[in-house]
Design a protein around this ligand. Structure first.
Ligand SMILES: *[C@@H]1O[C@H](CO)[C@@H](O)[C@H](O)[C@H]1NC(C)=O
Ligand SMILES: *[C@@H]1O[C@H](CO)[C@@H](O)[C@H](O)[C@H]1NC(C)=O
Ligand SMILES: *[C@@H]1O[C@H](CO)[C@@H](O)[C@H](O)[C@H]1NC(C)=O
Ligand SMILES: *[C@@H]1O[C@H](CO)[C@@H](O)[C@H](O)[C@H]1NC(C)=O
Ligand SMILES: *[C@@H]1O[C@H](CO)[C@@H](O)[C@H](O)[C@H]1NC(C)=O
Ligand SMILES: *[C@@H]1O[C@H](CO)[C@@H](O)[C@H](O)[C@H]1NC(C)=O
Ligand SMILES: *[C@@H]1O[C@H](CO)[C@@H](O)[C@H](O)[C@H]1NC(C)=O
Length: 373
């Protein structure tokens, strides 16, 4: 793969001074420019939902595994994007271990601080209370980051390259307003769902880039086609024209709150208000994100790895994670230690369930035990 780093700089945007809050954050944009391989779709861009729903039928057909690949090869493309990032830290300390947080499909970085500073669903609050700093960011196509081509740009390999560059950024301590602090000694990665898939690809491609990984809402079984079916491949521009009217037809979203529940939540283990808020803030996914993921052999990754998924995760466990997660050992055969954990009474969207703080403790205790400064 040819790569060039034409420029890499940072534009500080907001510095919040939340004296009454448990942690502080800095929001900033990271422009990135590099070259990366892009899969070339073998299907035409959708003209309308008639095309997208027909495509979903072909993906979910009984004989789909015998059908042609949705891609016909790859080419090298210029990736010239801006990533919206948020660095959060416990006040009054230099960061020692940073966690880089990659969200999944249907969310932006707010997945990691859901409900705000005082919310029990807020992972950043839990991690900073445990002494960590966090870098969350909007993946391509979401939040404040570039909303580019959903067919050729927003793909797993390119998003993995974005994550690699953000990691380099943290290691070289290129964070606005904080340059007077010491650089962190350890950089770890926590993902959810698609964010876990690209974290797997990251440590497969760059085994020494992470001092420890936690993959949530994940297994090494193929992601269920039920996820795609659950969205029904509605076009985001049709469902929410006032917000997503300018997005291309490659941006897809589900239509109803009940679909959100099906995809992410296990009743009665969540609050209806949380479902409503998640639905209110839903983000489209890109067709090529769904189609470009796979399990990447990460045998050369030798640092700690934890996989934690909800007992009732539908996307990666077919609504029953018992006994599923240890299969990932073959993918992470070098990880030391390698642990799995089934979070009880929880579905795919771990952070949105009543016992989210229980899961947060498992994650931060794992990192505290295994990634020493
Ligand atoms: C990337 O985009 C920025 C902003 O549009 C532009 O200034 C810059 O020249 C572009 N870089 C490349 C390598 O295309
Ligand atoms: C990872 O390995 C590469 C190639 O050996 C090396 O250039 C880089 O400095 C290493 N990075 C870390 C964080 O150890
Ligand atoms: C779509 O783009 C046009 C032209 O840039 C802009 O005026 C309009 O507000 C945009 N609509 C949405 C929903 O973002
Ligand atoms: C592990 O590293 C070795 C030596 O660099 C390399 O030959 C091998 O392909 C790597 N394995 C994987 C699965 O990436
Ligand atoms: C979940 O899967 C495990 C392992 O296959 C099985 O023992 C258990 O009965 C299943 N639970 C339910 C509710 O089906
Ligand atoms: C991963 O790659 C290694 C060689 O680097 C190989 O020995 C091992 O069998 C592979 N594991 C899987 C699950 O493909
Ligand atoms: C909450 O999560 C913790 C950590 O997984 C677990 O020990 C506890 O049993 C859970 N509580 C309930 C009610 O599920």
């Amino acid at each position: 793969m040819r790569q060039s780093l034409a420029f890499l700089s940072i534009l500080p945007l907001v510095l919040t001074h939340p004296t009454k809050h448990a942690y502080q954050c800095i929001d900033f944009d990271v422009p990135l420019s590099f070259q990366a391989p892009s899969l070339e779709p073998a299907f035409l861009p959708f003209k309308s939902h008639y095309d997208s729903v027909a495509f979903l039928q072909s993906l979910s057909s009984r004989t789909s595994s015998d059908g042609p690949s949705p891609y016909k090869g790859q080419s090298t493309i210029d990736v010239n994007v801006t990533i919206a990032a948020q660095f959060c830290f416990p006040p009054g300390r230099s960061p020692t271990t940073v966690q880089i947080l990659s969200h999944g499909l249907g969310f932006d970085h707010v997945y990691w601080s859901f409900g705000g500073q005082n919310s029990e669903y807020n992972y950043v609050k839990a991690a900073t209370a445990a002494g960590y700093s966090t870098l969350s960011y909007d993946r391509l196509g979401n939040g404040g980051s570039t909303k580019g081509d959903a067919y050729t740009l927003n793909q797993a390999t390119i998003e993995t390259e974005v994550l690699k560059r953000l990691t380099d950024h943290v290691r070289s301590w290129d964070i606005p307003c904080l340059s007077h602090l010491h650089a962190p000694t350890k950089v770890t990665h926590v993902g959810h769902s698609f964010g876990s898939q690209i974290t797997n690809q990251l440590v497969s491609t760059y085994p020494n880039v992470s001092d420890g990984i936690v993959l949530t809402g994940y297994s090494t079984l193929p992601a269920s086609v039920d996820f795609a079916i659950g969205t029904n491949f509605f076009l985001a521009k049709d469902v929410l024209p006032q917000i997503y009217g300018n997005l291309s037809t490659g941006y897809l979203i589900w239509d109803q709150q009940s679909q959100n529940q099906y995809l992410f939540l296990h009743w009665p283990n969540f609050s209806p208000q949380v479902l409503a808020e998640g639905e209110q803030n839903k983000w489209p996914l890109s067709i090529s994100e769904l189609l470009s993921t796979s399990v990447h052999n990460a045998t050369n990754f030798s640092n700690p790895a934890l996989i934690i998924s909800g007992q009732y995760d539908g996307v990666f466990c077919g609504f029953n994670c018992t006994g599923v997660l240890p299969q990932a050992r073959t993918t992470f055969s070098g990880a030391t230690p390698f642990e799995t954990y089934v979070q009880p009474n929880t579905g795919h969207g771990i952070n949105l369930h009543y016992n989210s703080t229980g899961a947060y403790q498992v994650i931060n205790n794992f990192l505290a035990r295994n990634v020493k400064n």
